[in-house]
Design a protein around this ligand. Structure first.
Ligand SMILES: C[C@](O)(CO)[C@H](O)COP(=O)(O)OP(=O)(O)OC[C@H]1O[C@@H](n2ccc(N)nc2=O)[C@H](O)[C@@H]1O
Ligand SMILES: Nc1ncnc2c1ncn2[C@@H]1O[C@H](COP(=O)(O)OP(=O)(O)OP(=O)(O)O)[C@@H](O)[C@H]1O
Length: 293
């Protein structure tokens, strides 16, 4: 049995630059992994050609609609393998939350099967395979901090990255990424990419306070219009924490960055007074040697 961790992400910047002829949107984002993670266990099934998926999670399909199963199918076909696989997913990342949980699981399956199969693909090749599954999957292959452009699949690694903790609040509702992108109006588009200004500040060793003013998300007003209860929770989170709060991806998860674990614990305790799904996590960088394919 081989274990692979699937890390959630937050968006430190998310600029939507326009709609493309293929129906996707051109984006420019600073993506950052956090150590809130799912665990994927994988093994070959000796006497079966099936992909069998199991999980303790009750809120996601475990059949061919699951991104982990889709990833296993893509991997086996690209590697020209006819083998059965068992996937056991321990789900901790909240679902449909703007944290790329499904994409992280798909990426972990690609990395894990690549290890089981003796590394037929490089990480870059796995990211190309991942792009066929979803726009967030390539970033989740590498983890860490990166600028993602195109429809999100073009990855430029960023080093050094920000060192900080994050408190997340997941409002009690599901948000569909497709619905949010479909609800964008002309006024929501940006004509600027904030990502390089932010990563230049990382390189200069700027403080969290100096980076804070650049955190942005063009999808935030869209989700707030569709779900006014998320806007209301955002106001409450800012007033209770006394800190700027932001939305990740298409939402609805809200987050605030804090410099230390103890500051994070104080904010966590304050938010738990009115919200059920609150998490304290650390920004995650893979080992300096990087992950192997
Ligand atoms: C909101 C983000 O999570 C930010 O990281 C991503 O942009 C979304 O990534 P994702 O969930 O992996 O998205 P995909 O599974 O590729 O696409 C889901 C749907 O979102 C819309 N979509 C997605 C990415 C993009 N750049 N433009 C889009 O318009 C499309 O309608 C697509 O049908
Ligand atoms: N392994 C999986 N984990 C979570 N959701 C999955 C998975 N496979 C398929 N899904 C489906 O994908 C949808 C989106 O779930 P996910 O948790 O990936 O959303 P998200 O965090 O908003 O993603 P993103 O930030 O990439 O837009 C859900 O409706 C869910 O049923």
């Amino acid at each position: 049995m081989l274990l692979e961790r699937a890390y959630a992400k937050i968006n430190l910047t998310l600029n939507v630059l326009g709609k493309r002829p293929d129906g996707y949107h051109e984006v420019d984002m600073v993506m950052q992994s956090i150590d809130l993670s799912d665990e994927v266990a994988l093994e070959w099934l000796p006497e079966s050609m099936e992909i069998v998926m199991e999980s303790q999670a009750t809120s996601i399909p475990l059949d061919g609609r699951n991104l982990a199963v889709i990833a296993a199918e893509k991997f086996l076909s690209a590697a020209n393998l006819t083998r059965g696989v068992r996937i056991y997913l321990t789900k901790n990342i909240p679902v449909a939350a703007g944290l790329a949980g499904g994409s992280a699981d798909a990426a972990a399956v690609l990395r894990g099967l690549n290890r089981l199969a003796g590394h037929p693909f490089s990480l870059d090749e796995l990211a190309e395979l991942g792009a066929q599954i979803g726009s967030d999957v390539p970033f989740c292959i590498y983890n860490g901090c990166a600028i993602a452009s195109g429809r999100g699949e073009k990855i430029t690694h960023v080093q050094p990255a920000l060192r900080s903790w994050v408190v997340l609040l997941k409002p009690p509702l599901y948000v569909s990424t497709t619905e949010v992108y479909q609800s964008i109006q002309a006024d929501d588009f940006s004509n600027k990419r904030v990502s390089s200004a932010m990563t230049e500040r990382f390189a200069k060793g700027c403080t969290l306070a100096e980076i804070e003013s650049l955190i942005c998300n063009d999808l935030q007003p869209v989700t707030f219009r569709l779900y006014p209860e998320v806007a209301q929770l955002h106001r409450k989170m800012q007033s209770v924490s006394g800190l700027p709060c932001h939305m990740s991806g298409s939402g609805p998860t809200l987050f605030t960055l804090v410099p230390t674990q103890s500051a994070g614990q104080r904010v966590y305790n304050a938010l738990r007074g009115f919200a059920k799904d609150v998490y304290l996590a650390r920004l995650f960088q893979p080992n300096s040697g990087g992950q192997t394919g």
